[in-house]
Design a binder for this molecule. Structure first.
Ligand SMILES: Cc1cc2nc3c(=O)[nH]c(=O)nc-3n(C[C@H](O)[C@H](O)[C@H](O)COP(=O)(O)OP(=O)(O)OC[C@H]3O[C@@H](n4cnc5c(N)ncnc54)[C@H](O)[C@@H]3O)c2cc1C
Length: 426
């Protein structure tokens, strides 16, 4: 075995591995960072639409609510390094950040690459040894300790601490190909079922299949996922959404997607009903009154034309088609029931989800290394001394909006610090 002496080996140069390297080196460890790609931070560079949503300004309680995948676990890593620490970290390195809607924080210049570059400069200044194009094939253990890693080229490198920061299985061209799960299993860890989250939803409605609504964006709507059996709402998310050629996407759809996956699993692949509320801030009667007002202002026109501007044009066509109300009626002969039907449909527009795109096409991987088997203030394995996990390889996932990157930075910093501390505790 190669006897190069590193205190800490970090596998993976995404946000969690980069931050783990910084933190371990800042706490005095000699660090080796390995990544199989030619560049570090590839996913980070495309995150937040290429602008990098580095974190979120909400308070910790609020952030945890936005991490539906084991968010409560994050209380401990946040006690070591939280969103405000992330903001200070980047501001101290000269990156000005700005806050956008829903507390989302971005670099002022809107360039993710600035964030990646700053992390790389910090790593360089801390003399972290970085090797790109270096794929780890295995993590080595001896009894209850980690011993080092084996590279794909056959080389062995020893270290008393190894941090697994290889991400999940989503968007594999960025290097996240699920390599960490077998290494975790070999150490005795449970890997919970993997599934796509923050992923577009596929629907089998006629209006989707015949592409009537394709490309139509809806702003500030509410989308609800309905239990297929109990017919009761499972979850509702507000925001924007867009109809695609296969179903729906956009922030509200992405947030609802994991509930579609879970409901389909629970109900053995049954389609999952969805409902769109075009007027989430209005009561049913208000919507009826709005329709009345439109019709009264154009009493001679066909209702379809009189309602021009009430909802987007193609949505209006869909509402008439689904409600069965004749669009050629005029105000004089449209019934109260017709109006009620249109209003009701505008607040309960039905869709039927028959799945999502694949885990590879998802923004985030749900499931992963069970957090129950990781010490939350250290991110160290409960089974192997010197073995750490951070970032998306863990069974932790948040909504888009900076929450996953916050998880990656926070768990990465916590793991790096604890790995360095091991050196002084031994
Ligand atoms: C398009 C897109 C947009 C996103 N936008 C947002 C957003 O706005 N907000 C948000 O919170 N989250 C967002 N995310 C999710 C977020 O980017 C990820 O959760 C985060 O990057 C995970 O960080 P990580 O360090 O755990 O893993 P990754 O970023 O996946 O990094 C893993 C690294 O490990 C390396 N690696 C893997 N296997 C090996 C091996 N065998 N040997 C050596 N190296 C290896 C890979 O090459 C890669 O560099 C987005 C994701 C995508 C795909």
């Amino acid at each position: 075995m190669n006897k190069e002496n590193f205190d800490v080996i970090v596998i993976g140069g995404g946000p969690s591995g980069l931050m783990a390297s910084v933190s371990a080196a800042e706490h005095g460890a000699k660090v080796l960072l390995l990544d199989k790609g030619s560049k570090l931070g590839r996913k980070l560079a495309i995150s937040g639409g290429g602008r990098c949503n580095v974190t979120n300004r909400a308070d910790v309680e609020e952030i945890i609510k936005h991490i539906p995948g084991n968010g409560r676990f994050m209380y401990s890593p946040f006690s070591v390094f939280n969103n405000e620490d992330i903001i200070s970290f980047f501001e101290n390195l000269g990156i000005e950040l700005k806050e956008e809607d829903r507390g989302r924080m971005f670099p002022v210049n809107d360039k993710a690459i600035t964030v990646v570059r700053t992390l790389l400069e910090r790593i360089d200044s801390l003399k972290v040894d970085v090797r790109t194009n270096t794929e780890v094939a295995d993590v080595l253990y001896h009894d209850d300790r980690v011993e080092g890693v084996k590279l794909k080229n056959g080389e062995y490198i020893t270290a008393t601490n190894v941090i697994i920061a290889v991400g999940g299985k989503s968007v594999p061209h960025t290097g996240s190909t699920g390599d960490g799960y077998p290494w975790a299993k070999k150490a005795g860890h449970t890997v919970t079922d993997l599934y796509p989250t923050e992923v577009p939803i596929t629907c089998n409605d006629k209006l989707i299949k015949d592409k009537t609504l394709q490309g139509l964006s809806l702003r500030d709507i509410e989308l609800s996922v309905i239990d297929p059996k109990k017919k009761k709402g499972i979850v509702t998310h507000d925001g924007d959404m867009i109809f695609t050629h296969f179903g729906i996407s956009g922030p509200a759809a992405l947030r609802c997607s994991q509930y579609v996956v879970k409901a389909r699993k629970k109900h053995k692949g049954k389609d999952v009903p969805l409902e769109v509320n075009l007027f989430p801030d209005k009561r049913g009667n208000d919507v009826i009154e709005d329709i009345d007002r439109f019709l009264k202002s154009e009493p001679k026109k066909a209702v379809k034309n009189a309602l021009n501007g009430w909802v987007p044009d193609r949505m209006l066509t869909a509402l008439f088609e689904l409600s069965g109300v004749d669009p050629q009626l005029t105000q004089a002969n449209v019934s109260k029931e017709n109006i009620r039907d249109l209003a009701n449909l505008a607040q309960h527009f039905p869709l039927s989800a028959n799945g999502t795109l694949s885990i590879e096409k998802a923004f985030v991987t749900g499931g992963g290394v069970s957090v129950k088997e990781v010490q939350p203030k250290r991110m160290e394995s409960k089974f192997k001394h010197g073995l750490f996990f951070c970032g998306e390889v863990l069974d932790l996932h948040g909504y888009t909006g900076g929450y996953n990157i916050t998880v990656a930075f926070s768990t990465g910093y916590t793991a790096g610090r604890a790995a360095a501390m091991n050196l002084w505790e031994e």
